[in-house]
Design a binder for this molecule. Structure first.
Ligand SMILES: [Zn+2]
Length: 272
């Protein structure tokens, strides 16, 4: 009986071990990533999550996997993707995010005037469109390089209070680095948007392919233009403190299927 049980256990395990990309990226928490096995097929299955196309790649030259960004607003529990019209479920585990309290001398950056609110709305619409870009290219690498040399400062997902007023949670990862430090593309991609925004300051968006988008904020200088093709490691600008920022640092957002997710996952620095 015991032998039978252990045999059953062996045969119920997946036939193949998880690949490197799955082990690196599968952090199914709010603000994380779910890697979902899709099996073998001659053509890449078409996957949608929350009615948005998702990233699909072939792992280890064998089976297809969907790499799905989970928005911070999703609660722990069962979620579903659509793969070629077929529903597939995955589980989202809970994750706790800490609070952060920031004091800003410039009250306008906490409660902007009607004129600035108009500007902010316009800028948000432009940036939302960039996040919805979906190009068919395959990302050059899913283990990203760090965009700057420097220690991580504020983590992703902090619940933020500016002068005691709650605002949107921290949508990216901060690196402490002196003004002027060059910022390098963590993977190849095309520049799809640049701007000088009220909150984000001088900003660059890079499309790495299939809905995987990076945004770099608060730059002192932008050295690329919309349409430029960047190789992995190409310099796109310099660290600064433009926009709503308390000092020179790089703020880096990573988005998948229009969900802002924890960039630390992509550099192998995720801590649960
Ligand atoms: Zn930040």
């Amino acid at each position: 009986m015991r032998l039978l049980l252990s045999l059953l256990l062996i045969f119920s395990l997946p036939a193949h071990a998880e690949g490197f990309i799955t082990r690196l990226l599968n952090k199914p928490v709010p603000g994380g990533v779910a890697v979902i096995a899709l099996g073998e097929a001659p053509q890449a299955p078409r996957v949608r999550y929350q009615d948005t196309p998702a990233l699909v790649i072939k792992e280890d030259g064998q089976r297809w996997i969907a790499i799905v960004g989970i928005p911070l607003s999703v609660n722990a529990g069962t979620q579903q993707i659509d793969a070629n019209g077929r529903p597939l479920s995955f589980q989202v585990e809970p994750r706790h995010y800490r609070e952060q309290r920031i004091t800003l001398k410039n009250q306008e950056q906490v409660s902007p005037s009607p004129a600035n609110l108009k500007r902010i709305e316009r800028e948000l619409a432009e940036q939302r469109d960039a996040y919805r870009h979906f190009s068919p290219r395959q990302p050059s690498n899913l283990l990203f390089d760090r965009p700057v040399d420097g220690p991580l400062s504020s983590p992703f997902g902090l619940r933020r209070f500016f002068n005691d007023q709650e605002r949107n949670p921290h949508s990216g990862l901060d690196f402490a680095a002196p003004a002027g430090t060059p910022i390098k593309a963590p993977a190849a991609g095309q520049v799809i948007l640049t701007g000088d925004y009220f909150f984000n300051g001088k900003t660059v968006f890079i499309d790495h392919g299939q809905g995987l988008i990076s945004m770099f904020c608060h730059l002192s200088n932008i050295s690329v233009e919309v349409g430029d093709e960047l190789a992995r490691g190409d310099v796109l600008g310099k660290v600064g403190s433009t926009g709503r920022s308390t000092g020179p640092h790089l703020h880096w957002n990573v988005s998948l299927n229009d969900a802002r997710i924890d960039p630390s996952i992509f550099i192998g620095a995720f801590t649960p």
